[in-house]
Design a protein around this ligand. Structure first.
Ligand SMILES: C[S@@+](CC[C@H](N)C(=O)[O-])C[C@H]1O[C@@H](n2cnc3c(N)ncnc32)[C@H](O)[C@@H]1O
Length: 228
């Protein structure tokens, strides 16, 4: 997969790229590049935003600047780009990110993520250049950098070879293997701590019973809490 993040703060991603699971997937041929729209503005003072028509607080990212950055990166009219490449505009009000959407994105050969700042995007960026509008939750962050990292983290860990044990991504919270429910509880040594015992079934070595117990725990959590 080739992922590009359009951001005014590309250095934020230096840390992200260095994290082990991300570094692993980048070493296996996936790319994660940043494009700074500020490098493509022709406005004086490297301006990328402007005051909103109609008044109000904050600054709005300009459509002409974002178009110039997209054109420079892909060598084509960004209006056509979204026909064969997912271009995700990160907005608080967009489609909520969930495991099914992450699975969908992980099958894409290429992704473009547009990170807003300040008051957000000129709506024409979203309407004409983006294929999707995507939110990581119903709250507002200062910029799209953390949302872009959330999307990339969740997508990249679904790619083959990223996790030490491929099974980790198959049977985990919200996966089809658990019918979309939360994962069952895990325990490790010591088997007893301050009188808190690990459920006997997990120490039984009886794999079928363990599997059944885990499914039941997941189902119970989905319905509103762990079984007693
Ligand atoms: C301060 S926010 C703009 C908020 C916008 N004025 C609003 O009320 O919806 C700046 C940028 O951060 C990003 N952002 C903030 N919260 C987000 C969220 N929950 N999901 C996705 N992106 C978010 C978006 O790219 C947004 O353009």
């Amino acid at each position: 997969m080739d992922a590009d993040v359009f951001t005014l703060f590309p250095s934020w991603f230096d840390w992200f790229r260095g994290q082990r699971h991300v570094a692993n997937v980048l070493a296996s041929g996936t790319t994660l590049d940043c494009v700074n729209p500020r490098d493509y503005t022709t406005l004086s003072g490297r301006q990328v935003d402007d005051t909103p028509f109609g008044g109000g607080a904050g600054m709005v990212l300009r459509v002409d600047v974002v178009e110039a950055a997209l054109r420079a990166r892909y060598g084509r009219d960004p209006l056509e780009l979204r026909e064969d490449r997912r271009v995700l505009a990160l907005t608080p009000g967009g489609r909520l990110l969930d495991d099914a959407l992450i699975d969908e994105l992980a099958c894409e050969p290429a992704l473009t993520l547009l990170s807003g700042r300040y008051e957000g995007f000129d709506q024409r960026i979203v309407d004409h250049f983006a294929s999707d509008e995507l939110s990581i939750g119903r709250y507002v962050l200062a910029g799209g950098e953390l949302p872009a990292m959330v999307v990339c983290d969740a997508v990249l860990r679904k790619l083959p070879g990223v996790l030490g044990d491929e099974r980790s991504a198959v049977e985990e919270s919200f996966s089809p293997a658990l019918q979309g429910g939360p994962e069952y509880p895990h325990y490790t040594r010591p088997a007893e701590y301050r009188g808190w015992r690990v459920p006997d079934v997990l120490l039984s070595g009886h794999h079928a019973r363990i599997r059944a117990w885990r499914r039941e725990q997941s189902r119970a959590r989905a319905e509103g809490g762990p079984l007693p």
